[in-house]
Design a protein around this ligand. Sequence first.
Ligand code: GLA
Length: 458
Amino acid sequence: MSTQAWSREELVRAEALARGLSSAAPVFAVRAPGRVNLIGEHTDYSGLPVLPIAIDRSTVAVVSARSDRAIQLANADPAYPARSFALAPEIPPYPPGDWANYVKAAVQGVLTHFSARGIPIDRFLGATFVIDGRVPAAAGLSSSAALTVASALGLMAVNGLELSPREAAAMVARSEWYVGTMAGGMDQAVSLMARQDHAVLIEFNPLRATEVPMPAGAAVVVADSLEVADKSGRVREEYNRRVVECSLAARILGRAFGIDGATILGDIVNQLGNWRADDIVQTLTAIIPERFTGGIAQAAEFLEIPEPELRSALLGEGAARSTLDESRPLECLRRARHVLSETERVHRAVKALSEGRLDEMGGLMDESHRSLRDDFEVSTERLDRMVECARRAGAYGARLTGAGFGGCMIALADAAKSPAILAALERDYYATLAPDAAARALHATMRAGPGASLIRLR
Ligand code: GLA
């Protein structure tokens, strides 16, 4: 196992954490990075491609085996209290918002994966983890995925189990479903499969990654809006709502095109082979109302299937059923227009980036932002302001990145221009929020970093 992916600073952090582990068992250290997405937003849960990079902020954890079946968690940040839980076939989550739910999600994922492959859960050893997360939380940089990935790799290591990065990514892809978010697999996949100085085109069903070199001289500027996207509350509801709206659009298109069993927009695109977003949207426009004001009941009538059937297909069953405010209309048309046009943009972006056409890449990012703002309705007034500010200061393009509703903005620029963009953000955005806002907010030029890695410390 090599320390190649590790920065000096991460190794020092790991050594410091390991001093808190007295166990005689082998001690492993794992690093898992956060991510920013260059383009391909809100497409992953439709099974459509994304193009993120890993960032140089990571979660570092040290871990060693226990003789009992407990998972013991300590966190270097006192905001996250110690936790302990037992390995079990069905691990009950902590109340919503508890940090350790992301570890539970990982543990559940590992146990389910390996027990389905003949390794019974009672053969697993417990583990003691000491965790130090440095991906800013609640900023849309996937601090939760970094924690989940680190936990999964750690638990596997102490049990002598290994998977390729791709297999591990597929295993933890749906981990956020454990905390009630119907998220796609982008965050975990890039955390595991990223490569230094490369963006990663991630495609789904089956999961695969293609590296796209970042052009020399291109700078990725990332800036936190300081608007907190609280994933356990309103934002989760809004997110899940988009998942439902997209799935509904896919089912309707499936019926229109005679594609049996289509449940996500990716099913439509894959079956059609040769397609254009405009044409599909036109088909949709011709058959569905602008929006469904009568909720799932109206959509079921439209699809001519029983309402309870559609309801459980879209929202899940029993305790895992997610809630949906049906007094608000379902916006299938505009959501599909975003996802399909965004998918075209991802493919064009891969070409533009590989051929070093940063201007074109920037234009695609601008279009992506407009589509997320107008059709997907996940931007905020503040994110719009930041994006404008970065553009005025000379970026090739800028957009919100991540789920939206707050979190971060990303801009693409010539390396020579990034200091001016950061300065403009300080002057025209942060200074208007609070005198100390710039000091509190992550805003920096970021280099595409390597994916997760595990080493044995002693
Ligand atoms: C969150 C989810 C991802 C993805 C993005 C939006 O980050 O965790 O799976 O859906 O939102 O692109």
